[in-house]
Design a protein around this ligand. Structure first.
Ligand SMILES: C[S@@+](CC[C@H](N)C(=O)[O-])C[C@H]1O[C@@H](n2cnc3c(N)ncnc32)[C@H](O)[C@@H]1O
Length: 207
């Protein structure tokens, strides 16, 4: 789907993904010290808003103007201190300058062709501070046989092993596994990888 197709989808209903944050993000990030986060393909901002509410400074990028309008509308209900920690920008993550110095980068249900995905993963890695964490979560490649919804183009699915291969030699992998999620249509399977950039002075940096 391109940006106009996403705009169309977001125009057809109120919040497509709801207000509560993704449960796996909550599980993985609740105990992290607050810092700066980058939410790639933030959609309507459910995850960015949750992080900002917990004291994170968050940049959310998405190429759907309609999604970001909704994200801004939801954020407008939050206290000023939370709003001030949120920065939503319209951007295509395959080409935008991601900047750097993030403690946490999220790619949650961002599905791209494999070559593009690898490019975005590499750029996400470059945007991490030492010890910064990359979390990738999305529809697993086994889903098309399960008929539980999600994207229909098999090329854009991935497995935990695919994700591990894309960060190998650059990040240390902390979690690589399948996650099971109940939906109205049945059990959906997600691929999850959480990995961190080796800290300054670690062996990986030659110390
Ligand atoms: C399934 S939604 C997930 C939204 C959000 N991460 C969440 O979990 O609520 C996928 C999002 O990816 C965005 N997206 C897809 N390709 C993109 C690209 N190349 N650049 C920026 N956003 C993109 C879409 O606009 C859409 O908002």
């Amino acid at each position: 789907m391109d940006a106009s197709a996403w705009d169309e989808r977001y125009s057809q209903s109120d919040l497509v993904w709801g207000v509560p944050p993704n449960a796996v993000l909550v599980e993985q990030a609740t105990s992290l010290p607050r810092g700066c986060a980058l939410d790639l393909a933030c959609g309507e901002g459910r995850n960015a808003l949750w992080l900002a509410t917990r004291g994170w400074k968050v940049t959310g990028l998405d190429y759907s103007v309609v999604a970001l309008d909704k994200a801004a509308r939801v954020a407008a209900e939050a206290p000023r201190s939370v709003r001030e920690r949120l920065d939503y920008r319209v951007a295509d993550v395959t080409g935008a300058d991601l900047g750097g110095e993030y403690n946490l980068v999220l790619m949650i249900y961002l599905h791209l062709a494999p070559t593009e995905r690898l490019q975005v993963v590499n750029r996400a890695i470059s945007a991490l501070k030492p010890d910064g964490i990359l979390m990738i979560l999305g529809h697993d490649a086994v889903n098309p046989t399960q008929e539980v919804g999600g994207p229909q183009d098999p090329e854009i699915f991935y497995t935990p092993d695919d994700l591990v291969a894309s960060v190998k030699g650059k990040l240390e992998v902390d979690v690589a596994e399948r996650r099971y999620r109940e939906t109205d249509a049945g059990t959906a399977i997600d691929a999850l990888v959480v990995a961190h950039r080796p800290g300054l002075g670690s062996q990986e940096n030659g110390a």
